[in-house]
Design a protein around this ligand. Structure first.
Ligand code: FRU
Length: 489
C-alpha cells in the first residue's frame, strides 16, 4: 500500500511539473549553465553519485511552488555535469515518518550496495513542537524507481540529542563496513555523529566526529566526510554562527577508534549563497563538491522569498568544484574542468595598466561569462582595485580588492534593487607576487574565485540583461593586470 502511495505522490508531482515547465523555462532570471530544477523550489544537493556511467544529482525539491514546503527528492542525470536529463522524482512523502505538513524526505546521500542504488535520507514529520527526524533507507534496481525500506526508520535520535536536530546522513564504505555521519546538536552545541553498519540496515553509534564549543553554531546541517590525499576532510553548514555558511576541517582519522584529529579549519566560501555542500568521487578520482546557491539565514529577512519566486521557481546549485588539498592542509575549490567546454568568443589582452579612470573590459555579452586575470602585485601601487560587474542603468556589483586593509569584499547593495549586503574576507598576500582571479557570471549569480581558489565569494544577484557592462578602476595609484582572458557562455 505505502509503495503505491509514494508512486501516486510522485505521479501527482510529475503532472504538476509537466503543466508548468514550459512556462517556467522562459523565466527571465533562469540560469544559463547552472543546475536548476524544472519548476518550483529546490535546495540542498542530495545523493550525488557517479553510478553506472552517469552523474546522478538528487536535490531537495518542492515541485508545487517557488518556496520551501513538504520535501521530495528531485533526480537528474548527466554525462558531463553541464547538460542534464530530468528523471522521475526519486522520493515523495508517503509514510508516517515522512508524511506530514512541511516535513517530508529531508537531505541525505546515495551509495551502491548489493547491486542496487541505496538512498539514505532523513524522514521528517512536523507534529507537536517541531520536526521529528529519523534516518531512513530507499533503494532501486534500475537507479530510477525507488522503494522505501519497510523497516524504516533504521535509526532514531540517541538520548540527549533533540529529535528535531538529527539529520542529513552521509554514507560511505570503507573495507567491509558502511559508515555514516549525520548532523546533530547537544546542549545547544553542534556536533557530527559517526555511525557504522555491516549491512546498511542496522546502525551502531561509533563516535562523535567533531563538536562545536560554540564557535560553530548550535547545529551542523549536511555534514560530509572523506579522504583527500593522506588527509581526511569534514565539511558542514553551521546554523547560528553568523557569516559561516560552509566550514571545513582537515586532519587525520583512525578507523579503529573513530577519532578525527583535525588541525586545520577554513571557510569554503565567503559569499552569501553557498550552503549545504556535498561531495562525491568522479570516475577519474576527483573529489567534486556541489553546494546549494542560497542560504536560510538571510532569506527570511527579505520576507518575499526572492524575485525568482514570482517566476514560479527558486534555487540552483553552485558550479561543481573540485576539492584539492595543499601541502599545509588547507583546501582549494576549483570549478570543474568541464566548464571549459562552454567557452565561446574568447577575448585575450596583453598586460595593461589600470588607473583611477574607469576602463571598460569585455567578457562575452556581459551577462553570462567567464573571466580570468591576475593582478601583478609587484607592479601595483594602488590602495584598491575595483572590478565593477553586471553594471548598467545605475546598477552594479562591486568586487573590491582593498590592498591597504587586506580585504576582499563583494558589494551587492546596488546590484539589482533587491539583493543586499557586502560579503568580506581577508586577503593573505604577504610574499605573493600576483593575485589570481577567476569569475563565473550567470544570469542570477556571481562566483568569484581568488588566491589559488582559496578565497572565494559566491552570491546571487538578480540583475537584468541590461546590466551587462564590465569595468575596472584603481584608487590611490595604479595596478597592472596580466593574463586577461574572457569567454561568453
Ligand atoms: C539544509 C537543510 C537540511 C534539511 C533540508 C530540508 O539546507 O535544512 O538540514 O535536511 O535542508 O530541506
Amino acid at each position: 500500500m505505502s509503495r503505491e502511495l509514494m508512486q501516486q505522490n510522485i505521479e501527482k508531482a510529475q503532472r504538476e511539473i509537466d503543466t508548468k515547465k514550459e512556462m517556467i523555462k522562459n523565466g527571465k532570471m533562469r540560469q544559463h549553465y547552472h543546475f536548476m530544477a524544472q519548476t518550483g523550489w529546490m535546495n540542498d544537493p542530495n545523493g550525488l553519485i557517479y553510478y553506472k556511467g552517469k552523474y546522478h544529482f538528487f536535490y531537495q525539491y518542492n515541485p508545487y511552488n517557488g518556496f520551501w514546503d513538504s520535501m521530495h527528492w528531485g533526480h537528474a542525470v548527466s554525462d558531463d555535469m553541464l547538460h542534464w536529463e530530468y528523471l522521475p522524482l526519486a522520493l515523495a512523502p508517503s509514510e508516517p515518518y515522512d508524511n506530514h505538513l512541511r516535513g517530508g524526505c529531508f537531505s541525505g546521500s546515495a551509495i551502491e550496495h548489493d547491486g542496487r542504488l541505496f538512498l539514505m535520507f532523513t524522514g521528517t514529520t512536523n507534529e507537536g513542537d517541531g520536526f521529528e527526524q529519523t534516518q531512513c533507507i530507499a533503494y532501486s534496481e534500475d537507479g530510477i524507481h525507488f522503494e522505501k525500506y519497510e523497516g524504516n526508520p533504521v535509526l532514531t535520535a540517541p538520548d540527549g540529542i533533540p529529535t528535531d536536530r538529527f539529520r542529513d546522513p552521509k554514507v560511505w564504505k570503507h573495507g567491509n563496513m558502511y559508515y555514516m555521519v549525520c548532523g546533530a546538536s547537544r546542549d545547544n552545541n553542534a556536533l557530527a555523529l559517526l555511525y557504522r553498519s555491516e549491512d546498511m540496515f542496522h546502525w551502531d553509534f561509533f563516535n562523535v566526529l567533531a563538536e562545536s564549543r560554540g564557535e560553530w553554531g548550535f547545529m551542523w546541517e549536511c555534514p560530509d566526510f572523506y579522504r583527500l590525499g593522506d588527509k581526511y576532510v569534514l565539511t558542514f553548514s553551521p546554523m547560528g554562527s553568523g557569516e559561516h555558511t560552509a566550514v571545513y576541517l582537515v586532519g587525520d582519522f583512525d578507523y579503529e577508534t573513530g577519532k578525527f584529529d583535525y588541525h586545520v579549519n577554513g571557510e569554503i566560501d565567503w559569499g552569501f549563497d553557498f550552503y549545504a555542500p556535498q561531495s562525491f568521487l568522479a570516475p577519474d578520482g576527483r573529489r567534486i563538491m556541489v553546494g546549494w546557491s542560497n542560504e536560510w539565514e538571510w532569506m527570511p529577512l527579505w520576507k518575499d522569498w526572492g524575485p525568482t519566486y514570482k517566476e514560479g521557481w527558486c534555487g540552483f546549485f553552485n558550479l561543481p568544484r573540485e576539492v584539492r588539498v595543499m601541502e599545509d592542509g588547507t583546501l582549494q575549490f576549483v570549478p570543474v574542468a568541464e566548464m571549459e567546454m562552454l567557452r565561446e568568443n574568447p577575448e585575450y589582452q596583453d598586460s595593461f595598466v589600470v588607473t583611477e579612470e574607469e576602463k571598460e573590459l569585455k567578457a562575452g555579452e556581459g551577462v553570462s561569462f567567464e573571466l580570468k586575470m591576475k593582478i601583478d602585485l609587484e607592479k601595483t601601487d594602488a590602495d584598491k582595485v575595483e572590478l565593477i560587474i553586471r553594471c548598467g542603468e545605475g546598477k552594479k556589483t562591486v568586487c573590491r580588492f582593498d590592498f591597504k586593509n587586506s580585504e576582499l569584499s563583494v558589494d551587492r547593495n546596488e546590484a539589482d534593487g533587491w539583493s543586499r549586503g557586502v560579503s568580506r574576507s581577508t586577503m593573505f598576500l604577504k610574499g605573493k607576487s600576483e593575485l589570481d582571479i577567476h569569475i563565473f557570471s550567470d544570469q542570477s549569480s556571481l562566483e568569484i574565485f581568488t588566491d589559488r581558489y582559496q578565497n572565494n565569494h559566491s552570491s546571487n544577484i538578480f540583475a537584468g540583461d541590461r546590466q551587462n557592462q564590465l569595468k575596472i578602476r584603481a584608487y590611490g595609484g595604479s595596478a597592472v593586470i596580466s593574463g586577461y582572458e574572457s569567454y561568453g557562455m
